[in-house]
Design a protein around this ligand. Structure first.
Ligand SMILES: Nc1ncnc2c1ncn2[C@@H]1O[C@H](COP(=O)(O)OP(=O)(O)O)[C@@H](O)[C@H]1O
Ligand SMILES: [Mg+2]
Length: 316
């Protein structure tokens, strides 16, 4: 299978006057085509370094990367990719259309094809009405949308977006998400970096969680949150009930009382009906039974916490 993006022991140590920074530990990552893949991590985790190193904008210290099957040291690899760098600033004297035409020309588009593509991409990102206004007049969200239009020029099969919605208001985020979904529907692979959990949960099929230059977890969002919803392989349940009797039924020996009910874990869902029967026999009123599902945020915090305890990336 040809991966949209593949790394093999890719690592990066920045060397500066202040010393060495191990930004990326050797990483092996495979992103299958046709997915929206999210690289999630706090500020400074190494997300931007990862994409820059993959694109060979930043020279890897060890290892290598392949983009759609082509070694990324080969400039031909980058030709197939659209890229929105983190926090892009456009020249203030250009309009949104001017920015897109400039980048279009850099990639070799000319004449009518250039005009048409720029027109179409600006339309997709909802910037047609603003296309001929100077970038200085744009909000952060508008700038990001122009950046997204620029990344879509030339119909790339892989688009890499570094923090596409950072600093963008909720409405603008929603519009950017819609564009990403539309691209994904057309079969474009999207790789996005974000420290915004809800964002990633809403738009990504698969994610990797990055922490101090390592990938702690990789997989489908649902698999990750499901696993984090269980504790020691047990389902977590929350019961909302009437008052509990002072002598609890045997089934509640391991329950954890909370305001208006209790939490309890079971190893198998088949235990739930018997548990309910026993509570009812004890005269306990049951108003609600709910299975605990971790949000991506809770799963993320849990994974970070585990990483901390394992001392991941302790030595710099
Ligand atoms: N050019 C650079 N020189 C030295 N250190 C850098 C450079 N760029 C990034 N770093 C450091 O590398 C680490 C990862 O940074 P970065 O890839 O920007 O993380 P993220 O994108 O996840 O916020 C940070 O500790 C950052 O300070
Ligand atoms: Mg970054």
């Amino acid at each position: 299978m040809e991966f949209a993006l593949e790394t093999d022991g890719l690592s990066k140590v920045y060397k500066s006057l202040r010393g060495r920074v191990r930004a990326l530990e050797p990483l092996d990552l495979k992103v299958p085509p046709g997915k929206v893949f999210g690289l999630l991590g706090s500020n400074g985790a190494g997300k931007s370094t990862f994409v820059k190193t993959v694109l060979n904008i930043c020279k890897p210290t060890t290892g290598r990367a392949r983009i759609l099957g082509v070694d990324s040291r080969n400039p031909a690899a980058r030709k197939q990719v659209g890229y929105l760098p983190e926090g892009t600033a456009f020249p203030t004297y250009l309009t949104g259309r001017g920015v897109c035409e400039y980048f279009g020309k850099l990639m070799g588009l000319t004449g009518q094809r250039l005009k048409d593509e720029v027109h179409n991409k600006l339309k997709i990102v909802g910037m047609s009405d603003w296309a001929d206004k100077k970038c200085t007049k744009y909000s952060k969200g508008m700038k990001q949308r122009v950046g997204l239009a620029q990344a879509m020029l030339g119909e790339p099969r892989l688009i890499i977006l570094d923090e596409p919605t950072d600093g963008v208001d909720p409405q603008g985020r929603h519009e950017i998400r819609d564009v990403i979904a539309k691209l994904a529907k057309d079969g474009v692979t999207i790789f996005l970096n974000s420290h915004l959990l809800a964002e990633v949960e809403a738009v990504c099929d698969d994610i990797a969680i990055m922490y101090r230059g390592r990938m702690l977890e990789t997989g489908p969002v649902a698999t990750l949150t499901e696993r984090m919803s269980m504790r020691d392989g047990r389902m977590q349940l929350r019961f909302r009930t009437g008052d509990l009797p002072s002598s609890l039924p045997a089934a509640l020996a391991d329950a954890n009382p909370i305001e208006g009910g209790f939490n309890i874990s079971v190893s198998d869902r088949e235990q739930i009906p018997a548990l309910i029967d026993e509570l009812r026999n004890a005269g306990i009123k049951i108003y609600e039974v709910e299975q605990y599902h971790a949000s991506l945020e809770e799963a993320f915090l849990q994974i970070m916490d585990d990483g901390e305890h394992k001392g991941v990336g302790g030595q710099q």
